[in-house]
Design a protein around this ligand. Sequence first.
Ligand code: GDP
Ligand code: MN
Length: 397
Amino acid sequence: MNLHEYQGKELLNSFGVKIQRGLVADNHKKAVDVAKQLAAETGTGWWIIKAQIHAGGRGKGGGVKLAKSLEEVEKISNDIIGMMLKTPQTPPEGKKVNQVLIAEDVYYPGDNEPEEYYMSVLLNRATGRNMIMYSTEGGMDIESVADKTPHLIFTEEIDPATGLLAFQARKVAFNLGLSGKAFKEMTRFVTSLYNAYIGSDASLFEINPVLKTSDDKILAVDAKVTLDNNALYRHKDYIDLRDLREENPIEVEANAVGLNYVDLDGNVGCMVNGAGLAMSTMDLIKQSGGEPANFLDVGGTADAERVETGFKIILKDPNVKAILVNIFGGIVRCDRVAQGIVDAYNNMGGKIRVPIIVRLQGTNAEEAKVLLDKSGLDLISVVEFKEAADKVQEVLA
Ligand code: GDP
Ligand code: MN
């Protein structure tokens, strides 16, 4: 589950990580109110207005702007709320901005120039250990730093038995070139950041930039936080942080009825039981010249109701030109699945507008084929995997 920046920062702060403070608003009047409140609490006279969408690169896309007066807070918030914000990480049409974060300006002048660093916490899958990845080159596109100057990216791996050790936190601060107060602040920042990562069962933290202010404070200015869905049962208070408006509506609907569905860009819908078979079916579709429109695992119970729900979900995608049903009857009998398909087809009373290729294999596969062939419906039944591929190719041609 992905969080908004403002939610991620609140989560970090609850573990003692210092953040750029801010308050969220969903209209420009509220934005002015919270800007006043923030001024009273922090003494700030400038505010940074930040679009809250689940995508990075907002600054470059015009979703992060500095306001030097309450009039500007109102004007900028009004411009940003409701806009379709386009960044390199959004779909081409952009993402709708429903709310903004009004944050204190932390790039104020002082003895030193503010400096931006990069820091993330994530799992190194090769070693099976969490690691802190960090760089002096913060604020910008970390992918291009990795590409052009990989020696400027450091990693610190953490032994799960001991957790982050004090010397490791000091090493991070040292490699970032810090000394004095900033050095101490950074060791505390890294330690609390790692505690937050473990304590919240996160799978990714990306803080870009981590800021050293002109008076040597270390703050999280941005926060990309991804939580592990499988651990949410341990964090009931995080469940409300999910913003369904940021997710694919078809996926949300499918998941609500217990279907394992992932939306893809192609033209062939597929309905399969079992994740492994679903993956190989997608390969098969590609080999036959099509592109899978989705991943859909209907699971063990492929009865009429479930098949019908599956068809309805798949057909919500206007790009679908054909549907391939590929079900292995191990526990579930093929003839029952076939009956389910026939019933679902009839129940949908003509709403199925594309050819359906059905491949059922396993227990009672022969009976199933007879049932489908005799149904008089526009179903193409096949037995072999290869035949299924050929039929897909045929109907797409
Ligand atoms: P992203 O573009 O989606 O990664 O959003 P960020 O939260 O990283 O903000 C983008 C940029 O806005 C930062 O790299 C900063 O340069 C700038 N920024 C963020 N906070 C402040 C602030 O308090 N004052 C000023 N002047 N700039 C800020
Ligand atoms: Mn950022």
